[in-house]
Design a binder for this molecule. Structure first.
Ligand SMILES: NC(=O)c1ccc[n+]([C@@H]2O[C@H](COP(=O)([O-])OP(=O)(O)OC[C@H]3O[C@@H](n4cnc5c(N)ncnc54)[C@H](OP(=O)(O)O)[C@@H]3O)[C@@H](O)[C@H]2O)c1
Length: 249
């Protein structure tokens, strides 16, 4: 199958491309580097010619509330329209577990807006909602740093390895559209504070981690149920400790 991966050079996209090619598919990366811009529409029609499936793993360059909403709405609209014009039969998109439960977060509101566009379009689709990537924990720590102190919520997360996310996205891309949502997560729920402490310890990073129950994450407070998946989630096989043992700095 010809499968176009929009955001195909990103963290997840590059792994999806590799995975699909290993399975014998014609997986093509489309993003700014390859002359495809989902915001202006530049290069989209040519990139989507003869494609059966489009995988959207783009991300907004700005995480500011209005900018990220504008990104996912404009990008989503342009992409879905170009897919209809090209006769693409399946739209696969990557969203976030719990996005619809946390309206105080501008980023998560934007992901919900992206999902609504997909659900309202005529395109057959599969939405994959993932928990936080292990690879993203260092960026979370940096964004929560003030001086030498990192302040994070105490709630549980159930993060997942990017390679397991890519495997689930690739599986969805070569399967029939479900016109619904699949949840994916890592094998275990772990406290936010513990996760960040473990990454810092593994990296020999001297910053101090402080857990505060009401600390905000992307603008919202969290409970143990906010960002963890439901009982039907597909769980990635890679344990956090196993990942950290080979991915420390
Ligand atoms: N981080 C997490 O823990 C997490 C959890 C669940 C879901 N997600 C979702 O996973 C998705 C992928 O995340 P990621 O970390 O793999 O992203 P990433 O590494 O930042 O990659 C984003 C990709 O989007 C491309 N892109 C940006 N603007 C574009 C535009 N206007 N036109 C075409 N391509 C554009 C980038 O291309 P260039 O490099 O050419 O700019 C890059 O290839 C996101 O939608 C995110 O919401 C993330």
């Amino acid at each position: 199958m010809k499968i176009v991966v929009i955001g195909g050079t990103g963290l997840i996209g590059s792994k999806v491309i590799k995975n699909l090619r290993e399975r014998g598919h014609d997986a093509v990366a489309a993003d700014l580097n390859t002359g495809v811009n989902t915001i202006t529409g530049e290069g989209l029609d040519a990139a989507l010619a003869d494609a059966q499936v489009v995988v959207d793993v783009t991300n907004s360059p700005s995480l500011e509330d209005a900018a990220v909403l504008e990104f996912f709405q404009t990008s989503g609209r342009n992409l879905l329209k170009a897919e209809v014009n090209a006769g693409v039969g399946h739209h696969v998109a990557l969203s976030i577990v719990g996005a619809d439960r946390l309206p105080d977060s501008g980023y998560l509101r934007a992901k919900v807006a992206q999902e609504r566009l997909i659900e309202a379009a005529a395109q057959p689709y599969t939405i994959i909602r993932s928990t936080q990537f292990f690879e993203y924990l260092r960026a979370i720590a940096d964004s929560a740093t003030d001086g030498d102190t990192i302040t994070v919520p105490t709630a549980n997360l159930q993060p997942i390895a990017a390679q397991d996310v890519a495997a689930a996205v690739s599986d969805a891309a070569v399967s029939d559209p479900i016109n619904g949502v699949i949840e994916i997560a890592g094998p275990a729920a772990i406290g936010f504070t513990e996760l960040i402490r473990d990454v810092l310890n593994a990296d020999h990073d001297p910053r101090t981690v402080v857990g505060v129950p009401h600390a905000r994450y992307f603008g919202t407070e969290l409970t143990d149920a906010s960002l963890t998946p439901g009982p039907d989630a597909r769980l990635g096989p890679t344990a956090f400790a196993e990942w950290l043992a080979v991915n420390h700095r």
